[in-house]
Design a protein around this ligand. Sequence first.
Ligand code: MG
Length: 255
Amino acid sequence: MIELRTPTQIEQMRPAGRFVASVIKALSEKAAVGVNLLELDALAHKMIRDAGAESCYIDYHPSFGASPFGKVLCTSVNDAVLHGLPFDYVLKDGDLLSVDFAASVDGWVADSALSVIVGTPNEKDQWLIDVTQRALDAGIDAARAGNKIGDISFAIGSVAHAEGLKVNLQFGGHGVGRTMHGEPHISNDGRAGRGLKLRPGLVIAIEPWFLHTTDEITFDPDGWTIRSADGSRGAHVEHTVAITDGDPLVLTARD
Ligand code: MG
C-alpha cells in the first residue's frame, strides 16, 4: 500500500532525518585506518541510545536474512556493497567503505547511506563514488509531483549507463514511513514516464549502488553481506526524500 504523509507528518519526520544524517556524518568522520567495523557499530549504537531513537536493523529479519541482523549499522567494505554485517575487521588504507543506517525517532523512520575511501584516496574508487552520488542527485531531482516513479529510475540509470556501468535491479529504493521498507519499490534503472505517479506526501528512500565491472552479486554465508560476483568494488549512497508541492525535500541532508 502506498501511504501519503500530510505536511504536518512530514514535519514530524524531520527529527528522524536529522538524527540519521548526524550518525552518517559521525561515522564518515570516524572511519579511518585502524578502526574496527565493530567500533563503528558501537558508535551508532551509542548515538541511538543517547538520542532515545530506535534501531531499524537490530531485530530486522526479512525472508532473505539468515537470522535477526543483530547490529544497528550496515558496513560494506570493498567488493561488499549492501547489507554488510559488521564483523571484527580493522579498516585498512584504501578500503572503500559503505555505511547504511536507518533509525526511528518519534515513530518515524529515516534511512541514509554513504560511501567513503578510508585513508589514501584513489581515483578509480572516487570516480565510482562520484558517479553513484550524481545518480542519487539525479534521482532526487526527478522526485517531483507529477513525475512518475519511472522518471526517478530512468534518471539514476541514465547516469550509470553514460559512465558504462551496469545496473543491478534486485535491490533499490523504497517507501519510508513508520517502518523502514514500504511501497513503492524504486528500481535503479527503468523507463521514463512509467509507473506510479508521484504525489506530494510520498516519502521514499532513493539509493543507487553500482559495482565497477558487473551487475551480478553473491551473498556471504552470514546471509546478509552482498558482494560483487567478480570481486570488483561497489559504492552505495542513499537519502530519504519527501515529495512536496515544490522542490524535493531531502530529510537526511547533511549540512
Ligand atoms: Mg538504507
